[in-house]
Design a protein around this ligand. Structure first.
Ligand code: SAM
Length: 468
């Protein structure tokens, strides 16, 4: 572990807006660990529910993150692995500066409209879950990740979040060329040299070099050039990094403004947030710098653009979706909250539940992208009944009338370890396992035992012997 900042980094930051070497080095040397999280408004709809979760995490109280409606700082870091609320998708543990994306989106996008949103570099899902909390239920988010293993992690986090209006794809940015003029908002939280995270993760210092900054900058340009055709005219591009280097921040803004039909957007930001506005040399674009010695968060950079003109969206022929048989539909509906809006799509062995916009777009998206997850997977229609999927259990579409078992903390953790929590109940058959009103997953209750259907790959491995 080293808190020694690279001399070449410090030298490159001298003269940048807001950079103060003394306080920057001091805050890194102090190595304070900040813990912050964002509550899930889908699952915690009332102030009372939110308070219950915050209180359980931090009896000493939690302070608001100023630039995010659902963001909180905790005075200490609890074990999130041992908190069933975490597994139920009640919140997402996210670095505070990056939660500023909410302010950027609210300032630039009409959130009452039906939107198609792309989060291009999305794993593990911090920005995607934030975006999902902002868009309307009849909007759609495509959360994309190019690296396969990371796309799987992204899909798990999206599943936990419980929303139906999200698609997870696993594509290279260039694959989005097949969707010209398609998205209203494209967010690019670019892979970067990571200097903004040195305080939190000093190991990253060893991977930093000026050459890597240059490589990252070139990669960022490639990613942006590849995906920009997919942004529609008048659409918004939000670019962010967790690097302090101007080559990955201001220089990219100048390059964007110089090469594409993009107008930079200036945001209104309260002064007391201590976010530094930077103005680029060539094109006078504004960007926003977050320094850990100036605010309660890690290093971050963000900027917004609007597209002046762009390719017209392609005219697509409406594709017919496969239709679910009446028999399978009947099997399914008893598991769902009543809603006339959803479409039910037979897909391989499963049934997918899709909100209207997703139902309209899914066949087109399937032609262009490798889809890992779309909407909510309800389960497989067996000969007699539906075999429900884990996605359904933690989604917001699952019926409130399904038998449910409320578990204590210890029982919930045993369930999440995929063990038998040893409950006594008269309930038989499929039941939801619940912790404090939040669904964790399925179990099948038999006369003499319970079959735990919690997904093996999600199970907790940590020892829980000290917990009562
Ligand atoms: N937005 C994420 C969040 O808030 O949780 C963090 C994204 S991280 C900064 C950048 C992501 O870009 C990583 O998941 C990484 O795998 C992905 N990535 C790496 N190389 C890429 C490339 N050439 N094109 C697109 N994405 C890439």
């Amino acid at each position: 572990m080293s808190n020694q900042l690279p001399a070449a980094l410090i030298a490159s930051l001298e003269g940048l807006p807001g950079f103060n070497r003394t306080s920057f080095e001091a805050v890194h040397a102090a190595a304070e660990k900040i813990t912050s999280l964002r509550l899930n408004p889908l699952k915690l709809a009332t102030a009372a529910q939110q308070q219950t979760v915050l209180q359980a995490l931090s009896p000493a109280g939690a302070a608001k993150v100023p630039w995010n409606h659902n963001g909180y700082y905790l005075p200490e870091r609890p074990s999130f692995t041992l908190d069933p609320y975490f597994h139920a998708g009640a919140y997402y543990v996210q670095e505070a500066s990056s939660m500023f994306l909410e302010h950027a989106v609210r300032s630039t996008v009409d959130l009452s409209a039906q939107l198609k949103v792309l989060d291009l570099c999305a794993a593990p899902g911090g920005k995607s879950t934030l975006l999902q909390s902002l868009i309307s239920v009849d909007s759609m988010l495509v959360a994309n990740e190019v690296i396969k293993a990371r796309a799987a992690l992204l899909a798990d986090n999206i599943t936990r979040w419980g929303a139906a209006n999200v698609v997870v794809s696993n594509n290279d940015p260039r694959d989005f060329a097949g969707l010209p003029g398609y998205f209203d908002l494209v967010v690019i939280d670019a892979p970067c040299s990571g200097s903004g995270l040195f305080r939190r993760d000093p190991e990253l210092v060893t991977e930093w070099s000026p050459e890597n900054v240059t490589l990252c900058s070139q990669r960022q340009q490639r990613i942006l050039a590849d995906v920009l055709p997919a942004l529609k005219e008048d659409g918004v591009l939000i670019y962010s990094t967790c690097s302090f280097s101007a080559e990955e921040d201001e220089a990219i803004l100048d390059w964007l403004a110089g090469h594409f039909e993009l107008d930079n957007i200036t945001l209104d930001i309260p002064e007391e947030w201590n976010i530094i506005t930077t103005l680029t040399d060539k094109r006078k674009c504004t960007g926003y710098r977050f320094y850990p010695d100036k605010l309660k968060g890690e290093g971050f950079f963000i900027a917004c653009f609007r597209k002046r003109s762009g390719e017209a969206p392609r005219k697509w022929k409406e594709q017919r979706m496969p239709v679910l048989s009446a028999k399978d539909r009947d099997k399914l509906l008893t598991w769902l909250k009543p809603s006339s809006d959803y479409s039910y799509l037979p897909h391989q062995e499963d049934i997918l539940i899709l909100p209207p916009m997703l139902a309209k777009e899914i066949t087109l998206l399937q032609q262009q992208l490798y889809i890992r997850k779309a909407g909510v997977k309800a389960g497989q229609p067996g000969p007699k009944e539906l075999i429900p999927d884990h996605q359904l259990a933690v989604s917001m579409v699952v019926s409130d009338n399904i038998p449910a078992i409320s578990l204590s903390l210890k029982e919930a953790l045993l369930y999440l370890k995929k063990e038998d929590p040893g409950i006594t109940t008269d309930v038989r058959g499929w039941a939801l396992m619940r912790y404090q009103d939040m669904n964790l997953g399925w179990a099948k209750l038999l006369p003499n035992r319970m079959n735990n259907y919690y997904p093996k790959e999600l199970r907790i491995l940590k020892d829980i012997s000290g917990i009562e």
